[in-house]
Design a protein around this ligand. Structure first.
Ligand code: NAD
Length: 305
């Protein structure tokens, strides 16, 4: 297949590019390198340094006859979205709609979208949340992810463009960027390895559902199949709090640093845990890497990089 991966220089996108290339697909990457890194980009992919808001994107999509667009480029930080909702919407809503509009006009067959199960449901009313759980995002980032799903559903109904929205829980693993505010595993690992004081925002009892990158990549590969369409959680169904994540990483690294607790950040929910049963029923997918093993693999990567 001929596939465009947006955000293909980033953490998740670059692993998707590697997987698609290893399966023999022809891959083009569009990324503005705002948080991604060119060294992540597979040399067998064609790389275009471009912002998804650039009108040039339409010309590229029109000319290249992509079968699939896998859309991972985004402003990914919940806290930035709270501080600057216009900036968030500019990329995460307007940039995405531009992309979809061009895709539909160019007869792209399928769009795979990186949605966010950790934010579209808001503070959950039951655990784990399945895809039927009420949608109540409490940050502009979560609103933008839900808005993308609604646009994709519109384009599918009106123009027949197939779509898969993968509602990831918290993804972690090699290549995650430790410089931002998002991604506690990468942040704690990088700081503890460097002997720098880590900070836990809030009391550390906030829980998340941590899914390892290789499991997420398998979901993106399965999403290429013709019979896979719709909205799916990609998760483990297991809740882990931030204090536990910190202790586990500290143990693997054998660090003697303890975290300092700072004030909680607005726009972040307290608990999150998602059911992956719907995707499992359709594809047989289930997470294969447990948290302890995934953290070891992540520490090993950061140690060697
Ligand atoms: N990491 C997670 O836990 C998680 C959870 C749910 C959803 N997601 C979604 O998955 C996707 C990838 O996230 P990630 O964790 O790999 O983050 P990332 O920052 O590593 O990847 C995002 C990539 O998009 C690029 N980008 C950002 N704005 C762009 C723009 N305007 N034009 C072109 N390129 C742009 C960045 O340079 C980067 O390479 C995002 O859509 C994110 O919202 C991630």
């Amino acid at each position: 297949m001929n596939i465009l991966v947006t955000g293909g220089a980033g953490f998740i996108g670059s692993h998707i590019v590697d997987a698609y290339i290893s399966l023999g697909h022809n891959v083009t990457v569009v990324d503005n390198l705002s948080t991604g890194d060119i060294s992540n980009v597979n040399p067998k992919a064609e790389f275009l340094k471009l912002d998804i808001n650039d009108p040039e994107i339409s010309t590229i999509i029109e000319k290249r006859n992509f079968d699939v667009i896998n859309h991972h480029a985004a402003q990914i930080d919940v806290r930035i979205s709270v501080d600057n909702p216009v900036f968030d919407a500019q990329t995460n809503i307007l940039g995405s709609v531009r992309l979809y509009n061009s895709a539909v006009r160019s007869k792209v067959k399928k769009i795979i979208f990186a949605s966010s199960g950790g934010t579209v449901y808001g503070e959950q009313i039951y655990y784990p949340a399945n895809e039927e759980h009420p949608l109540n995002p409490c940050s502009p980032y979560g609103i933008s992810k839900l808005t993308n799903e609604l646009y994709l559903s519109f384009f599918q109904k009106v123009y027949g463009t197939q779509f898969v929205a993968l509602r990831y829980s918290n993804v972690y693993g090699p290549r995650q960027n430790p410089k931002g505010e998002a991604g506690v595993v990468a942040i704690f690992t990088s700081k503890l390895l460097k002997g720098v004081q880590p900070i836990i925002h809030g009391d550390g009892t906030a829980t998340r559902d941590y899914v390892f990158i290789s499991d997420v990549i398998r979901a993106n590969v399965l999403s290429l199949n013709e019979n896979v369409n719709g909205i799916f959680n990609i998760s483990t169904g297991i809740e882990t709090d931030v204090n536990t994540i910190f202790k586990k990483i500290k143990g693997i690294i054998n660090s003697d640093l303890d975290a300092i607790h700072g004030p909680p950040k607005p726009g972040e929910i307290l608990r999150s845990c998602l059911s992956y049963e719907k995707f499992q029923r359709l594809t047989g997918w289930k997470p294969e890497i447990n948290l302890d093993h995934g953290l070891e693999l992540t520490v090993e990567f950061f140690r060697n990089s």
